[in-house]
Design a protein around this ligand. Sequence first.
Ligand code: 5CA
Ligand code: ZN
Length: 406
Amino acid sequence: MQAWTKPEIPVVPGPSRRLRLYDTASAGPVEVPPGGDGPARMYVCGITPYDATHMGHAATYVTFDLINRLWLDAGYDVAYTQNITDVDDPLLERATATGVDWTDLAQAEIQLFRDDMTALRVVPPQNYVGVVESIELVTRSIEDLQRAGAVYSVDGDLYFAVKADPAFGGVSGYDVETMRALFAERGGDPDREGKRDPLDSLLWRAERPGEPAWDSPFGRGRPGWHVECSAIALEHLGMGFDVQGGGSDLIFPHHEMSASGAQVATGEHPFARAYVHQAMVGLDGEKMSKSKGNLVLVSKERKGGSDPMAIRLALLAHHYRTDWFWTSSDLLDAQERLDVWRGAITRGTGPDGAAAVDALRAALTNDLDTVAALAAVDLWAETNGDDPESAALVAQAVDALLGIKL
Ligand code: 5CA
Ligand code: ZN
């Protein structure tokens, strides 16, 4: 699948720093990549394209864009893969409810997402991969799981036996009760009769009347959700990649299941070195979600005349590991800050530019501390000085590292 237009990224002078991120699995900091010459590898869970990009999605993709940009700044080749869940229950349900063909709905929403990502200056992944174009990858992964003895059938639907992975539970660290509750809430079927363990997850759904289906060694049907991400990540990145990313709503079951599936299919561990999660962005006291319909859409704000750089700056003003609620003042404050920064750039001279850039790098490589990073640029903007390189240098760094074009 085609991704979107890549923004230009200036090269920023001065020493880069090593990136440390909070890893959900070990509940502590991990340095990624660990060092060495290889590429830095990241997989981020992409959209289910049945509605437009809201501020929660945007926060997620901007957060992982910072990681990409910090790796590029440190001179790494970056291998970045993102999927599109372009066939799944919520997409098919929305298409049926609105009388639109499900493939048309997906195509339209993917295009809108591309336009939003381009406007927000998010660097595209090298591999932007839909499920529909990956059916064979998924079926091969299921065959690997069969060979490992981790698959059984319930009335023709195939299930992954989670007990086949001794490390199951290691991503979320949740107890069984919490897992069961979240599994039921987030697309799982703990109470289906015939399952060996309530937490076993669907790998292949046998064809149902009126639903899309593909031929496979297990009969016609379509892939389950979690195996799509493990199959696509294994194909494009391999085991032990650096960062598995997405929103915190994916910690369980999605990231737990895809990690276990990949670990059992390959016999290797771990799936990823760090599991990194964007906290939830909400509206009016609830998580912003397509299913609830309480959305602030990036495209709508853009059409209303908001500067995409102000939208991006509004997202960056919150640390990625803190849940928050969107309000209209987020955008007003960001626009004000953007105006101050742009005004400071036109001064020409300014305080020590290299020191400001180093403060920016130090904040971002410290678990993406965007709050401190923005404060460092604020401080630079409100201080006078006689460094003639200052404005140009800070503008370059704000562009390359924060993705904000001044
Ligand atoms: N297609 C699956 C992942 S394989 C999916 O979760 N799609 S999604 O469209 O529902 O979400 C896309 C991304 O945005 C996911 O990484 C998800 O965790 C994240 N996300 C969804 N809602 C929010 C929110 N309110 N705040 C922050 N991130 C969110
Ligand atoms: Zn995913």
